[in-house]
Design a protein around this ligand. Structure first.
Ligand code: ACO
Length: 309
């Protein structure tokens, strides 16, 4: 769906969207395609790339705020569809940081020897919860999925350090009012968008830049790695201006910053794994490189990880 398509449905312009967000197009899943459908595609390709047999996967973590059902978890649906019968599967609800949080959990399970091979997926069908009458949010979001497989390493590669934090006092900056236990759906009621994503973008923007910069500084400091040592910086793709402001604060030149927001918009938990996968397939990450991932989302919650590829 392009910016021009949005000009036809809300009072906006290609010029406004491009200059304020960096987004030119985003992918919208077909009505009959669910979050689990997209997740399964991504998971299959990750397992293929990792040359991993389904019997080997013993942990499945899915980061999403748009699961197919409220019960069971999306991860269990993915487990069933892929026949991962040796695994335990569960979801992480951490908005745009859902994938990174899943990675951090998998890392700790692997470090303690609890699990040996984990499949982590970040997936969203945000189009299902986007208010296409609200020009301040609808132009931002897209659908997508990304996945990785992780296992114990013997050569010092893997997750070197991580940092996660949230501030629950700011939950109303980015939320969905209707659909949970507090405000359940009732029939014959015009929700007027209150069952879709609400966001105070300007306030979220300010916290995002400050806290993501801090999270990256913490993971680098913990590991004793300088920002000049980062081969590739892979931030959550929410807004080009956020990415640029963040990179400037961290003194990371544009050549070392991965960006694909122009083509996907903000895909929440799917954003970082899609970016990682594209960077990897484009040969932008080599074995032994330091890669930093960072994300920020509704909660508010944010987190970063330093990975030796
Ligand atoms: N087209 C035209 N005008 C618009 C549009 C639009 N699509 N959207 C907003 N405007 C208008 C506003 O109404 C406002 O007009 P006014 O001054 O007459 O009131 C003006 O543009 C400026 O609005 P702002 O909200 O101040 O615009 P801003 O520059 O802050 O950009 C944006 C808005 C893009 C949402 C930005 O604030 C942002 O990216 N915020 C962070 C989003 C984010 O990172 N979210 C976290 C993850 S999302 C998740 O967890 C699912």
């Amino acid at each position: 769906m392009t910016n021009i398509d949005f000009e036809k449905i809300v009072d906006t312009s290609n010029e406004w969207i491009t200059s304020r967000t960096g987004i030119k197009e985003r992918h919208i899943a077909n009505a009959d395609m669910t979050t689990a459908d997209m997740a399964v595609q991504a998971a299959m390709r990750a397992m293929e790339m990792a040359r991993c047999e389904k019997e080997e996967i013993d942990l499945v973590i899915c980061g999403t705020v748009t699961p197919d059902y409220r019960l069971p978890s999306n991860a269990c649906l993915i487990q069933e569809r892929l026949g991962l019968t040796n695994a335990v599967a569960f979801d992480v609800v951490a908005a745009c940081t859902g994938f990174i949080k899943g990675l951090v959990i998998a890392n700790s399970h692997i470090e303690t020897g609890l699990h040996k091979k984990a499949l982590i997926i970040g997936v969203e069908k945000l189009s299902a919860v986007t208010n296409y009458k609200d020009r301040t949010t609808c132009v931002l979001f897209g659908d997508g999925a990304g996945a990785v497989v992780v296992e114990p390493s013997t050569n010092g590669c893997g997750m070197i350090s991580s940092f996660m934090k949230s501030d629950g006092r700011l939950w109303q900056l980015l939320w969905m009012k209707v659909g949970g236990v507090k405000n359940p759906y009732t029939t014959d009621f015009d929700y007027n968008g209150s069952d879709k994503i609400y966001m105070n973008g300007a306030d979220v923007f300010k916290v995002a830049v400050k806290e993501m910069a801090n999270a990256v500084e913490v993971v680098l400091e913990k590991a004793g790695v300088a920002s000049s040592d980062i081969a590739l910086f892979v931030p959550h793709q929410a807004n080009l201006r956020i990415i640029d402001a963040l990179a400037k604060r961290l003194k990371i030149e544009p050549e070392r910053v991965f960006k694909n927001i122009e083509r996907y918009g903000n895909t929440s938990a799917a954003s970082v794994p899609i970016a990682l996968d594209e960077a990897n397939r484009e040969g932008k990450i080599k074995p032994g490189d330091y890669v930093v991932v960072v994300a920020f989302g509704g909660g508010l919650i944010w987190g970063a990880a330093l990975i030796k590829w």
